[in-house]
Ligand binder design. Sequence first.
Ligand SMILES: Cc1cc2nc3c(=O)[nH]c(=O)nc-3n(C[C@H](O)[C@H](O)[C@H](O)COP(=O)(O)OP(=O)(O)OC[C@H]3O[C@@H](n4cnc5c(N)ncnc54)[C@H](O)[C@@H]3O)c2cc1C
Length: 495
Amino acid sequence: MKKNLESVAIIGSGVAGLSAAIRLALQGKQVIVFEQNPYTGGKVTAFEKQGFRFDMGPSLFTMPHLVEELFELAGRTPKDYFQYHTHDEVCRYFWLDGTQITLYPSVEKNVEAITTVFDKESGKRVRKYFDDARKKFELTAPFFLESSLHKMKTFLSPRVLKVVSEIPRLGLFSTLDDQNKRYFKEPKLVQLFNRYATYNGSSPYQTPGIMQMISHLEHGMGTHFPVGGMHAISQSLTKLAKELGVQFELNSKVEQILIEEKKVRGVVVNGAKRKFDLVVCNSDIKHAYQELLPEQVRRPKKTLAQEPSSSALIFYWGVRQTFPKLDLHNIIFSEDYKEEFDRIRTNGPFWEDPTIYIHISNRLEVNDAPKGKDSWFVMVNVSYDQGQDWGDIVGKVRRKLIERMSAMLGQDITPLIETEEILTPPQIQHRTSSVGGALYGTSSNERMAAFLRHSNKSSSVKGLYFCGGSAHPGGGVPLCILSGKIAAEWIEEDE
Ligand SMILES: Cc1cc2nc3c(=O)[nH]c(=O)nc-3n(C[C@H](O)[C@H](O)[C@H](O)COP(=O)(O)OP(=O)(O)OC[C@H]3O[C@@H](n4cnc5c(N)ncnc54)[C@H](O)[C@@H]3O)c2cc1C
Protein backbone atom coordinates (compact mmCIF):
# COMPACT_ATOMS: atom_id res chain seq x y z
CA MET A 1 0.00 0.00 0.00
CA LYS A 2 1.26 3.49 -0.81
CA LYS A 3 2.34 5.39 2.29
CA ASN A 4 0.35 8.59 2.82
CA LEU A 5 2.37 11.62 1.78
CA GLU A 6 3.39 13.94 4.58
CA SER A 7 1.50 17.22 4.42
CA VAL A 8 3.17 20.59 4.98
CA ALA A 9 1.57 24.00 5.51
CA ILE A 10 3.78 26.94 4.63
CA ILE A 11 2.70 30.25 6.15
CA GLY A 12 3.62 32.95 3.64
CA SER A 13 4.87 33.04 0.07
CA GLY A 14 7.94 35.24 0.50
CA VAL A 15 11.03 34.04 -1.37
CA ALA A 16 11.99 31.90 1.65
CA GLY A 17 8.57 30.23 1.69
CA LEU A 18 8.82 29.61 -2.06
CA SER A 19 12.32 28.16 -1.72
CA ALA A 20 11.12 25.81 1.06
CA ALA A 21 7.96 24.86 -0.90
CA ILE A 22 9.95 23.85 -3.99
CA ARG A 23 12.41 21.75 -2.01
CA LEU A 24 9.70 20.06 0.06
CA ALA A 25 7.65 19.25 -3.04
CA LEU A 26 10.81 17.68 -4.49
CA GLN A 27 11.08 15.60 -1.31
CA GLY A 28 7.65 14.19 -2.24
CA LYS A 29 5.56 16.10 0.29
CA GLN A 30 2.10 17.57 -0.20
CA VAL A 31 2.66 21.29 0.19
CA ILE A 32 0.08 24.05 0.61
CA VAL A 33 1.23 27.66 0.84
CA PHE A 34 -1.16 30.00 2.68
CA GLU A 35 -0.70 33.62 1.69
CA GLN A 36 -2.72 36.47 3.19
CA ASN A 37 -2.23 38.67 0.11
CA PRO A 38 -3.91 38.13 -3.25
CA TYR A 39 -0.41 37.65 -4.76
CA THR A 40 2.72 35.61 -4.01
CA GLY A 41 6.23 36.93 -3.35
CA GLY A 42 5.83 39.00 -0.16
CA LYS A 43 8.25 41.92 -0.41
CA VAL A 44 9.32 40.82 -3.92
CA THR A 45 6.36 42.30 -5.72
CA ALA A 46 5.74 45.02 -8.31
CA PHE A 47 3.13 47.39 -9.69
CA GLU A 48 2.46 49.42 -12.82
CA LYS A 49 1.16 52.94 -13.13
CA GLN A 50 0.58 55.03 -16.25
CA GLY A 51 3.02 53.04 -18.34
CA PHE A 52 5.73 52.86 -15.65
CA ARG A 53 6.63 49.55 -13.97
CA PHE A 54 8.17 49.54 -10.49
CA ASP A 55 9.59 46.77 -8.34
CA MET A 56 8.10 47.57 -4.97
CA GLY A 57 10.74 45.98 -2.70
CA PRO A 58 14.25 44.74 -3.48
CA SER A 59 16.24 46.23 -6.34
CA LEU A 60 19.75 44.84 -5.77
CA PHE A 61 20.12 41.29 -7.00
CA THR A 62 23.10 39.25 -5.87
CA MET A 63 23.96 35.52 -5.92
CA PRO A 64 21.71 34.59 -8.89
CA HIS A 65 22.98 31.01 -8.68
CA LEU A 66 20.72 30.50 -5.64
CA VAL A 67 17.63 31.12 -7.78
CA GLU A 68 18.98 29.01 -10.63
CA GLU A 69 19.78 26.17 -8.26
CA LEU A 70 16.07 25.69 -7.52
CA PHE A 71 15.27 25.12 -11.21
CA GLU A 72 18.23 22.79 -11.57
CA LEU A 73 17.13 20.74 -8.56
CA ALA A 74 13.76 20.29 -10.26
CA GLY A 75 15.50 19.09 -13.43
CA ARG A 76 14.60 22.25 -15.36
CA THR A 77 16.79 24.51 -17.47
CA PRO A 78 16.92 27.74 -15.40
CA LYS A 79 16.87 30.06 -18.40
CA ASP A 80 13.55 28.60 -19.57
CA TYR A 81 12.07 30.23 -16.44
CA PHE A 82 14.40 32.93 -15.23
CA GLN A 83 17.01 35.09 -16.95
CA TYR A 84 19.07 38.04 -15.84
CA HIS A 85 21.26 40.79 -17.20
CA THR A 86 24.85 41.04 -16.05
CA HIS A 87 25.72 44.71 -15.74
CA ASP A 88 29.13 46.36 -16.10
CA GLU A 89 28.64 48.92 -13.30
CA VAL A 90 27.92 48.36 -9.59
CA CYS A 91 26.80 51.83 -8.57
CA ARG A 92 27.33 55.54 -9.21
CA TYR A 93 28.12 57.55 -6.09
CA PHE A 94 27.62 61.29 -5.67
CA TRP A 95 28.48 63.73 -2.87
CA LEU A 96 27.07 67.20 -2.34
CA ASP A 97 30.44 68.87 -3.03
CA GLY A 98 30.36 67.50 -6.61
CA THR A 99 32.65 64.47 -6.04
CA GLN A 100 31.50 61.50 -8.07
CA ILE A 101 32.75 57.97 -8.64
CA THR A 102 31.49 54.84 -10.37
CA LEU A 103 32.45 51.39 -9.09
CA TYR A 104 32.49 48.17 -11.08
CA PRO A 105 32.26 44.41 -10.64
CA SER A 106 36.04 44.31 -11.24
CA VAL A 107 38.79 44.81 -8.66
CA GLU A 108 41.25 46.23 -11.19
CA LYS A 109 38.75 48.77 -12.55
CA ASN A 110 37.84 49.78 -9.01
CA VAL A 111 41.49 50.27 -8.02
CA GLU A 112 41.93 52.53 -11.03
CA ALA A 113 38.68 54.46 -10.42
CA ILE A 114 39.40 54.99 -6.72
CA THR A 115 43.05 56.05 -7.09
CA THR A 116 42.08 58.42 -9.92
CA VAL A 117 39.31 60.20 -8.00
CA PHE A 118 41.00 60.05 -4.57
CA ASP A 119 44.72 60.52 -5.14
CA LYS A 120 45.59 60.05 -1.42
CA GLU A 121 44.68 56.36 -1.70
CA SER A 122 47.26 53.68 -2.41
CA GLY A 123 46.39 51.11 -5.06
CA LYS A 124 47.91 48.42 -2.86
CA ARG A 125 45.60 49.15 0.11
CA VAL A 126 42.55 49.41 -2.14
CA ARG A 127 43.35 46.05 -3.75
CA LYS A 128 43.83 44.58 -0.29
CA TYR A 129 40.36 45.78 0.74
CA PHE A 130 38.71 43.84 -2.10
CA ASP A 131 40.95 40.84 -1.55
CA ASP A 132 40.11 40.71 2.16
CA ALA A 133 36.38 41.07 1.44
CA ARG A 134 36.62 38.04 -0.85
CA LYS A 135 38.59 36.01 1.68
CA LYS A 136 36.09 36.80 4.45
CA PHE A 137 33.20 35.80 2.22
CA GLU A 138 34.78 32.56 1.05
CA LEU A 139 35.82 31.57 4.55
CA THR A 140 32.62 32.36 6.43
CA ALA A 141 29.70 32.01 3.97
CA PRO A 142 29.54 28.19 4.19
CA PHE A 143 29.44 28.46 7.98
CA PHE A 144 27.32 31.56 8.67
CA LEU A 145 25.04 31.54 5.62
CA GLU A 146 24.68 28.04 4.23
CA SER A 147 24.49 25.97 7.43
CA SER A 148 22.31 26.07 10.51
CA LEU A 149 24.04 27.66 13.51
CA HIS A 150 21.73 25.61 15.73
CA LYS A 151 23.03 22.16 14.78
CA MET A 152 25.96 20.46 16.48
CA LYS A 153 26.97 19.02 13.09
CA THR A 154 27.81 22.51 11.79
CA PHE A 155 30.30 23.06 14.62
CA LEU A 156 31.92 19.67 14.14
CA SER A 157 32.78 20.39 10.52
CA PRO A 158 36.52 20.77 9.81
CA ARG A 159 35.80 24.12 8.13
CA VAL A 160 34.84 25.58 11.54
CA LEU A 161 38.39 25.10 12.78
CA LYS A 162 39.59 27.24 9.89
CA VAL A 163 37.02 29.96 10.75
CA VAL A 164 38.07 29.83 14.43
CA SER A 165 41.76 30.12 13.55
CA GLU A 166 40.99 33.22 11.46
CA ILE A 167 38.81 34.96 14.09
CA PRO A 168 41.39 37.69 14.87
CA ARG A 169 41.39 38.67 11.18
CA LEU A 170 37.62 38.51 10.57
CA GLY A 171 36.74 41.84 12.17
CA LEU A 172 34.31 40.36 14.67
CA PHE A 173 35.54 42.63 17.44
CA SER A 174 35.60 45.92 15.54
CA THR A 175 32.82 47.79 13.76
CA LEU A 176 32.53 47.97 10.00
CA ASP A 177 33.44 51.67 10.23
CA ASP A 178 36.62 50.92 12.23
CA GLN A 179 37.49 48.19 9.78
CA ASN A 180 37.05 50.40 6.71
CA LYS A 181 39.17 53.16 8.25
CA ARG A 182 42.08 50.71 8.29
CA TYR A 183 42.01 50.54 4.49
CA PHE A 184 41.03 54.04 3.41
CA LYS A 185 42.34 57.51 4.29
CA GLU A 186 39.58 59.32 2.44
CA PRO A 187 36.42 59.71 4.64
CA LYS A 188 34.23 59.54 1.52
CA LEU A 189 35.54 56.07 0.75
CA VAL A 190 35.01 54.93 4.33
CA GLN A 191 31.44 56.18 3.95
CA LEU A 192 31.03 54.39 0.62
CA PHE A 193 32.14 51.02 2.00
CA ASN A 194 30.24 51.59 5.27
CA ARG A 195 27.12 51.51 3.14
CA TYR A 196 27.26 47.69 3.02
CA ALA A 197 25.85 47.64 6.57
CA THR A 198 22.53 48.70 5.07
CA TYR A 199 22.34 45.44 3.08
CA ASN A 200 20.99 43.85 6.24
CA GLY A 201 19.45 46.95 7.77
CA SER A 202 22.24 47.66 10.25
CA SER A 203 24.44 50.59 11.23
CA PRO A 204 28.11 50.59 10.12
CA TYR A 205 28.94 52.10 13.51
CA GLN A 206 27.55 49.04 15.32
CA THR A 207 27.68 46.07 12.95
CA PRO A 208 30.91 44.03 13.07
CA GLY A 209 33.70 44.44 10.52
CA ILE A 210 33.05 40.99 9.07
CA MET A 211 30.24 42.64 7.07
CA GLN A 212 33.02 43.81 4.74
CA MET A 213 32.35 40.51 3.00
CA ILE A 214 29.04 41.88 1.63
CA SER A 215 30.93 44.17 -0.73
CA HIS A 216 32.41 41.07 -2.38
CA LEU A 217 28.91 40.05 -3.54
CA GLU A 218 28.87 43.01 -5.92
CA HIS A 219 32.51 43.81 -6.63
CA GLY A 220 33.71 40.22 -6.83
CA MET A 221 30.66 38.23 -7.89
CA GLY A 222 29.05 40.66 -10.33
CA THR A 223 26.10 42.99 -10.69
CA HIS A 224 22.94 41.43 -12.02
CA PHE A 225 19.34 42.35 -12.65
CA PRO A 226 16.54 39.95 -13.59
CA VAL A 227 14.87 40.14 -16.98
CA GLY A 228 11.35 41.32 -16.09
CA GLY A 229 12.65 43.00 -12.91
CA MET A 230 13.05 41.66 -9.38
CA HIS A 231 9.44 40.51 -9.49
CA ALA A 232 10.53 37.80 -11.95
CA ILE A 233 12.30 36.06 -9.03
CA SER A 234 9.12 35.45 -7.03
CA GLN A 235 6.97 34.85 -10.10
CA SER A 236 9.29 32.30 -11.72
CA LEU A 237 9.64 30.45 -8.39
CA THR A 238 5.84 30.44 -7.97
CA LYS A 239 5.50 28.98 -11.47
CA LEU A 240 8.00 26.23 -10.71
CA ALA A 241 6.35 25.44 -7.36
CA LYS A 242 2.95 25.09 -9.06
CA GLU A 243 4.41 22.76 -11.68
CA LEU A 244 5.77 20.61 -8.84
CA GLY A 245 2.28 20.31 -7.34
CA VAL A 246 2.49 22.97 -4.63
CA GLN A 247 -0.94 24.47 -4.00
CA PHE A 248 -1.33 28.16 -3.23
CA GLU A 249 -4.26 29.45 -1.22
CA LEU A 250 -4.23 33.23 -1.62
CA ASN A 251 -6.24 35.71 0.50
CA SER A 252 -5.74 33.13 3.26
CA LYS A 253 -4.37 34.53 6.49
CA VAL A 254 -3.21 31.90 8.96
CA GLU A 255 -4.70 32.89 12.32
CA GLN A 256 -3.16 30.23 14.52
CA ILE A 257 -0.69 27.33 14.49
CA LEU A 258 -2.36 24.34 16.14
CA ILE A 259 -0.24 22.54 18.70
CA GLU A 260 -1.09 19.57 20.93
CA GLU A 261 1.32 17.84 23.26
CA LYS A 262 4.25 19.86 21.94
CA LYS A 263 3.57 18.69 18.37
CA VAL A 264 2.23 20.62 15.40
CA ARG A 265 -1.25 19.50 14.33
CA GLY A 266 -2.14 22.07 11.68
CA VAL A 267 -3.23 25.67 11.22
CA VAL A 268 -6.38 27.77 11.48
CA VAL A 269 -7.06 29.61 8.23
CA ASN A 270 -10.04 31.89 7.69
CA GLY A 271 -11.66 30.40 10.81
CA ALA A 272 -11.27 26.76 9.69
CA LYS A 273 -9.00 24.14 11.31
CA ARG A 274 -6.76 22.43 8.73
CA LYS A 275 -4.69 19.38 9.67
CA PHE A 276 -1.02 19.16 8.66
CA ASP A 277 1.93 16.98 9.69
CA LEU A 278 4.41 19.84 9.48
CA VAL A 279 4.28 23.65 9.45
CA VAL A 280 6.94 25.96 7.97
CA CYS A 281 6.45 29.53 9.10
CA ASN A 282 7.74 32.13 6.62
CA SER A 283 6.17 35.04 8.48
CA ASP A 284 8.14 37.41 10.69
CA ILE A 285 9.21 35.62 13.90
CA LYS A 286 7.74 38.32 16.17
CA HIS A 287 4.41 38.09 14.34
CA ALA A 288 4.51 34.30 14.75
CA TYR A 289 5.03 34.46 18.53
CA GLN A 290 2.67 37.42 19.05
CA GLU A 291 -0.22 36.15 16.94
CA LEU A 292 0.10 32.58 15.72
CA LEU A 293 1.61 30.48 18.49
CA PRO A 294 -0.34 29.62 21.66
CA GLU A 295 0.95 30.99 24.95
CA GLN A 296 2.20 27.62 26.21
CA VAL A 297 4.94 27.62 23.55
CA ARG A 298 8.16 28.81 25.16
CA ARG A 299 9.25 32.27 23.92
CA PRO A 300 12.94 32.65 22.92
CA LYS A 301 13.36 35.84 24.94
CA LYS A 302 16.82 36.90 23.73
CA THR A 303 15.88 36.35 20.10
CA LEU A 304 12.63 38.26 20.40
CA ALA A 305 14.42 41.12 22.16
CA GLN A 306 16.70 41.64 19.14
CA GLU A 307 16.56 45.08 17.56
CA PRO A 308 14.58 45.07 14.28
CA SER A 309 16.47 46.08 11.17
CA SER A 310 15.97 49.54 9.72
CA SER A 311 13.05 50.22 7.41
CA ALA A 312 12.71 52.61 4.46
CA LEU A 313 10.60 55.31 2.88
CA ILE A 314 10.25 54.75 -0.85
CA PHE A 315 9.01 57.16 -3.50
CA TYR A 316 8.11 55.56 -6.83
CA TRP A 317 8.27 58.35 -9.37
CA GLY A 318 7.41 58.15 -13.06
CA VAL A 319 9.63 60.90 -14.49
CA ARG A 320 8.96 62.56 -17.84
CA GLN A 321 12.63 62.87 -18.77
CA THR A 322 15.64 60.61 -18.76
CA PHE A 323 18.98 61.50 -17.12
CA PRO A 324 22.10 59.81 -18.56
CA LYS A 325 24.02 60.92 -15.45
CA LEU A 326 22.10 58.24 -13.52
CA ASP A 327 22.57 54.50 -14.00
CA LEU A 328 20.76 51.41 -12.66
CA HIS A 329 21.91 52.06 -9.06
CA ASN A 330 22.88 55.51 -7.73
CA ILE A 331 23.58 56.97 -4.31
CA ILE A 332 23.73 60.59 -3.16
CA PHE A 333 25.51 60.48 0.19
CA SER A 334 24.64 62.52 3.28
CA GLU A 335 27.26 64.81 4.77
CA ASP A 336 27.10 63.24 8.25
CA TYR A 337 26.65 59.49 7.89
CA LYS A 338 27.27 58.82 11.60
CA GLU A 339 24.52 61.17 12.69
CA GLU A 340 22.19 59.72 10.04
CA PHE A 341 22.62 56.18 11.42
CA ASP A 342 22.46 57.30 15.05
CA ARG A 343 19.09 58.91 14.32
CA ILE A 344 17.86 55.77 12.52
CA ARG A 345 18.98 53.48 15.35
CA THR A 346 17.57 55.58 18.15
CA ASN A 347 14.50 56.76 16.24
CA GLY A 348 15.70 60.32 16.81
CA PRO A 349 14.04 63.44 15.38
CA PHE A 350 13.84 63.84 11.59
CA TRP A 351 17.29 64.10 10.05
CA GLU A 352 17.68 66.82 7.43
CA ASP A 353 20.58 65.08 5.70
CA PRO A 354 19.48 61.66 4.38
CA THR A 355 21.47 59.45 2.02
CA ILE A 356 19.40 58.91 -1.12
CA TYR A 357 19.32 55.71 -3.17
CA ILE A 358 17.92 55.96 -6.71
CA HIS A 359 17.24 52.80 -8.70
CA ILE A 360 16.22 53.09 -12.36
CA SER A 361 15.19 49.68 -13.65
CA ASN A 362 14.56 50.90 -17.20
CA ARG A 363 18.31 51.34 -17.70
CA LEU A 364 18.29 47.56 -18.33
CA GLU A 365 14.59 46.75 -18.62
CA VAL A 366 13.77 49.37 -21.24
CA ASN A 367 10.03 48.70 -21.20
CA ASP A 368 9.76 49.68 -17.53
CA ALA A 369 9.20 53.30 -18.62
CA PRO A 370 7.73 54.93 -21.74
CA LYS A 371 10.36 56.02 -24.28
CA GLY A 372 12.30 59.11 -23.15
CA LYS A 373 11.07 58.73 -19.54
CA ASP A 374 12.45 57.16 -16.36
CA SER A 375 11.03 54.88 -13.69
CA TRP A 376 12.63 56.05 -10.42
CA PHE A 377 12.63 54.10 -7.16
CA VAL A 378 13.91 56.64 -4.63
CA MET A 379 14.61 55.34 -1.14
CA VAL A 380 15.92 56.64 2.17
CA ASN A 381 16.65 54.48 5.22
CA VAL A 382 14.51 55.21 8.26
CA SER A 383 13.87 53.62 11.63
CA TYR A 384 11.30 50.83 11.82
CA ASP A 385 7.82 51.99 12.81
CA GLN A 386 7.51 53.00 16.43
CA GLY A 387 4.45 55.22 16.01
CA GLN A 388 6.26 58.11 14.30
CA ASP A 389 4.20 60.76 12.48
CA TRP A 390 4.82 59.33 9.00
CA GLY A 391 2.63 61.94 7.27
CA ASP A 392 4.93 64.66 8.58
CA ILE A 393 8.13 62.70 7.86
CA VAL A 394 7.06 61.86 4.28
CA GLY A 395 6.45 65.57 3.55
CA LYS A 396 9.86 66.60 4.95
CA VAL A 397 11.78 63.80 3.24
CA ARG A 398 10.07 64.48 -0.09
CA ARG A 399 11.08 68.17 0.01
CA LYS A 400 14.67 67.20 0.88
CA LEU A 401 14.88 64.60 -1.90
CA ILE A 402 13.67 67.06 -4.48
CA GLU A 403 16.09 69.73 -3.28
CA ARG A 404 19.12 67.39 -3.28
CA MET A 405 18.31 65.59 -6.51
CA SER A 406 17.53 68.85 -8.33
CA ALA A 407 20.88 70.29 -7.18
CA MET A 408 22.74 67.16 -8.30
CA LEU A 409 21.00 66.98 -11.70
CA GLY A 410 21.18 70.75 -12.27
CA GLN A 411 17.44 71.04 -12.87
CA ASP A 412 14.29 71.32 -10.76
CA ILE A 413 12.77 67.85 -10.87
CA THR A 414 9.40 68.87 -9.34
CA PRO A 415 7.58 69.40 -12.66
CA LEU A 416 9.06 66.17 -14.06
CA ILE A 417 7.27 63.87 -11.61
CA GLU A 418 4.40 62.48 -13.65
CA THR A 419 3.21 59.76 -11.27
CA GLU A 420 3.91 59.06 -7.62
CA GLU A 421 3.34 56.28 -5.10
CA ILE A 422 4.85 56.18 -1.61
CA LEU A 423 5.59 53.24 0.69
CA THR A 424 6.06 53.78 4.45
CA PRO A 425 7.13 51.37 7.25
CA PRO A 426 3.53 50.88 8.53
CA GLN A 427 2.47 49.98 4.97
CA ILE A 428 5.34 47.46 4.70
CA GLN A 429 4.13 45.89 7.96
CA HIS A 430 0.54 45.85 6.71
CA ARG A 431 1.49 44.14 3.45
CA THR A 432 3.91 41.55 4.85
CA SER A 433 3.37 41.28 8.66
CA SER A 434 7.02 42.30 9.17
CA VAL A 435 6.92 43.93 12.58
CA GLY A 436 7.58 47.69 12.32
CA GLY A 437 8.07 47.34 8.55
CA ALA A 438 11.67 46.16 9.16
CA LEU A 439 13.16 45.30 5.75
CA TYR A 440 15.52 42.55 6.91
CA GLY A 441 14.04 41.01 10.08
CA THR A 442 16.46 41.71 12.91
CA SER A 443 19.48 43.98 12.51
CA SER A 444 23.08 42.80 12.83
CA ASN A 445 23.98 45.65 15.14
CA GLU A 446 25.19 43.22 17.78
CA ARG A 447 28.33 41.14 17.44
CA MET A 448 26.44 37.97 18.35
CA ALA A 449 23.44 38.78 16.10
CA ALA A 450 24.06 35.81 13.79
CA PHE A 451 23.79 33.44 16.76
CA LEU A 452 20.72 35.14 18.23
CA ARG A 453 18.62 34.94 15.07
CA HIS A 454 15.79 32.40 15.33
CA SER A 455 16.64 28.82 14.45
CA ASN A 456 15.08 27.24 11.35
CA LYS A 457 13.56 24.60 13.62
CA SER A 458 11.52 25.06 16.78
CA SER A 459 13.31 23.76 19.87
CA SER A 460 10.03 23.19 21.73
CA VAL A 461 7.43 22.14 19.15
CA LYS A 462 7.89 19.04 17.04
CA GLY A 463 7.12 19.55 13.36
CA LEU A 464 7.48 23.35 13.40
CA TYR A 465 10.12 25.02 11.22
CA PHE A 466 10.95 28.63 10.32
CA CYS A 467 12.36 30.44 7.30
CA GLY A 468 12.52 34.06 6.12
CA GLY A 469 14.33 37.29 6.90
CA SER A 470 13.87 37.14 10.66
CA ALA A 471 15.09 33.51 10.91
CA HIS A 472 18.63 32.26 10.27
CA PRO A 473 20.64 33.28 8.20
CA GLY A 474 18.84 36.64 7.91
CA GLY A 475 17.27 39.11 5.48
CA GLY A 476 17.84 39.91 1.83
CA VAL A 477 16.70 37.78 -1.10
CA PRO A 478 19.71 35.40 -1.28
CA LEU A 479 19.77 34.72 2.47
CA CYS A 480 16.01 34.13 2.53
CA ILE A 481 16.34 31.59 -0.28
CA LEU A 482 19.04 29.91 1.81
CA SER A 483 16.82 29.91 4.90
CA GLY A 484 14.13 28.01 2.95
CA LYS A 485 16.84 25.56 1.94
CA ILE A 486 18.12 25.06 5.50
CA ALA A 487 14.55 24.52 6.83
CA ALA A 488 13.71 21.99 4.08
CA GLU A 489 16.98 20.12 4.58
CA TRP A 490 16.34 19.94 8.30
CA ILE A 491 12.89 18.43 7.69
CA GLU A 492 14.44 15.81 5.44
CA GLU A 493 17.10 14.97 8.03
CA ASP A 494 14.50 14.70 10.80
CA GLU A 495 12.79 11.96 8.87
C1 LIG B 1 11.71 48.39 0.13
C2 LIG B 1 12.57 47.17 0.26
C3 LIG B 1 13.82 47.14 -0.33
C4 LIG B 1 14.62 45.98 -0.22
N1 LIG B 1 15.80 45.94 -0.92
C5 LIG B 1 16.45 44.76 -1.00
C6 LIG B 1 17.48 44.58 -1.98
O1 LIG B 1 17.79 45.50 -2.75
N2 LIG B 1 18.09 43.36 -2.06
C7 LIG B 1 17.72 42.31 -1.24
O2 LIG B 1 18.30 41.21 -1.38
N3 LIG B 1 16.75 42.46 -0.32
C8 LIG B 1 16.09 43.63 -0.20
N4 LIG B 1 15.03 43.76 0.65
C9 LIG B 1 14.75 42.68 1.63
C10 LIG B 1 14.06 41.49 0.97
O3 LIG B 1 13.00 41.93 0.17
C11 LIG B 1 13.53 40.58 2.04
O4 LIG B 1 14.56 40.23 2.96
C12 LIG B 1 12.95 39.28 1.49
O5 LIG B 1 12.22 39.49 0.31
C13 LIG B 1 12.05 38.71 2.58
O6 LIG B 1 11.55 37.46 2.18
P1 LIG B 1 10.82 36.52 3.22
O7 LIG B 1 10.82 35.18 2.64
O8 LIG B 1 11.37 36.72 4.57
O9 LIG B 1 9.30 36.99 3.27
P2 LIG B 1 8.46 38.31 3.05
O10 LIG B 1 8.79 38.91 1.74
O11 LIG B 1 8.49 39.15 4.25
O12 LIG B 1 7.04 37.64 2.90
C14 LIG B 1 6.36 37.00 3.96
C15 LIG B 1 5.02 36.61 3.39
O13 LIG B 1 4.28 35.94 4.40
C16 LIG B 1 2.95 36.39 4.35
N5 LIG B 1 2.38 36.20 5.69
C17 LIG B 1 2.86 36.67 6.86
N6 LIG B 1 2.08 36.28 7.88
C18 LIG B 1 1.09 35.54 7.33
C19 LIG B 1 -0.03 34.86 7.86
N7 LIG B 1 -0.29 34.86 9.17
N8 LIG B 1 -0.84 34.17 7.02
C20 LIG B 1 -0.59 34.15 5.67
N9 LIG B 1 0.44 34.81 5.11
C21 LIG B 1 1.27 35.48 5.93
C22 LIG B 1 3.07 37.85 3.97
O14 LIG B 1 1.87 38.36 3.41
C23 LIG B 1 4.19 37.80 2.94
O15 LIG B 1 3.72 37.58 1.65
C24 LIG B 1 14.19 44.89 0.57
C25 LIG B 1 12.94 44.93 1.18
C26 LIG B 1 12.12 46.05 1.02
C27 LIG B 1 10.74 46.07 1.66
